[in-house]
Design a protein around this ligand. Sequence first.
Ligand code: KDG
Ligand code: MG
Length: 402
Amino acid sequence: MKIVDAQVIVTSPSRNFVTLKVVTEDGIYGLGDATLNGREQAVVAFLREHCVPALIGMDARNIEDIWHYFYRGVYWRRGAVGMAALSAIDVALWDIKGKALNTPVYNLLGGKSRSSVAVYGHASGRDLPHALDRVAEYLDMGYRYIRVQAAVPGVKDSYGVQKGSGSYEPAKKGLAPVETWDSSRYLRFAPQLFEAVRAKFGFDVHLLHDVHHRCTPIEAARLAKSLEPYQLFWMEDPCPGELQEALRLIRQHSTTPIAIGEVFNTVYDYTTLITEQLIDFVRLPPAHGGGITHAMKTAALAGVYQVRTGFHGATDFSPVGMAASLHVDLTINNFGLQEYMGHDPLVSEVFRAPYHYEHGALHLSDAPGLGVELDEVAAAKFPYDPACLPVARLEDGTLWNW
Ligand code: KDG
Ligand code: MG
């Protein structure tokens, strides 16, 4: 089953998406999501210049070997750009295999372990009372897992809080906007926020919170300890994760469960974290973590150490990337939870997603392959629209983690 063509399609129905379409000699094609928020064109160039020429002529059936060709065979391995490209290649090949065998990808990964995929939504408030209103809205929509964020009093730009109307998208047009941050105000406010949420809604709903890499390890340990009474389902990205040993400090001080790794690239970013059981959930999804092939391996290592998955599912991922996550989520035993933000309605003019939300879960169709369809004519109506993620500075100007 020779690969005869591969195209990189960039479209921006409300935000940018990069899709790889791989075509085989018998006319079967597969889709992979290569979107890397704010760095889209780097992945496009890497795919077009370096991957597509090598891909043409390969046998699409040999997913494992092709994966290693583009990982082990590449001297400059790993990194966000390279792994987003490899992820797209891998997911497109799984899509092809499923279509060729006329079965959904989850059947090829071991079959269903559950009938639907539990998801969490984002309740983000302009202030604390607004956050409480947002939690009530999510409960009304049937969500049983809710991420809660709110603007921190006295901090100009808190993470995850929508400015103005419309859906939350952190990337902005032009060069990176500069946001201002203050960890000490945040550390005082976060327990007050969760105290208020538990006082109003009780303990039946699962609550999550994203620290978004803002704390130092000892600050994160303090925060995890101060949030313990509110029994979070997880506290996410408490501090930057590149120093895996830093997570030991948090564990020494608190039993608040930790989720980490939406900015990781491979299982190697997780080895200390998983084998020392310093975390509870891996966030790296197939679309950024080497595709379905590598996500299954990361999940397998995590499973051995009783760590579960909680894949990143921001709007950064197209329905192709989301579908790849859902096929894995449905299959693996150590699934934990899936993030789901939902796309702007314009996105459905370009991508037909194979999943729908109902009763706190995403339900995936049994269409062959991934099940996603891409309307290339519609995609061409939404040209690339450059946008960049912000950078964060402290009040004195010191550059901080965004
Ligand atoms: O592109 C950046 C977003 O993916 C990120 O800010 C979202 O942290 C995020 C999350 O948990 O969804
Ligand atoms: Mg996050």
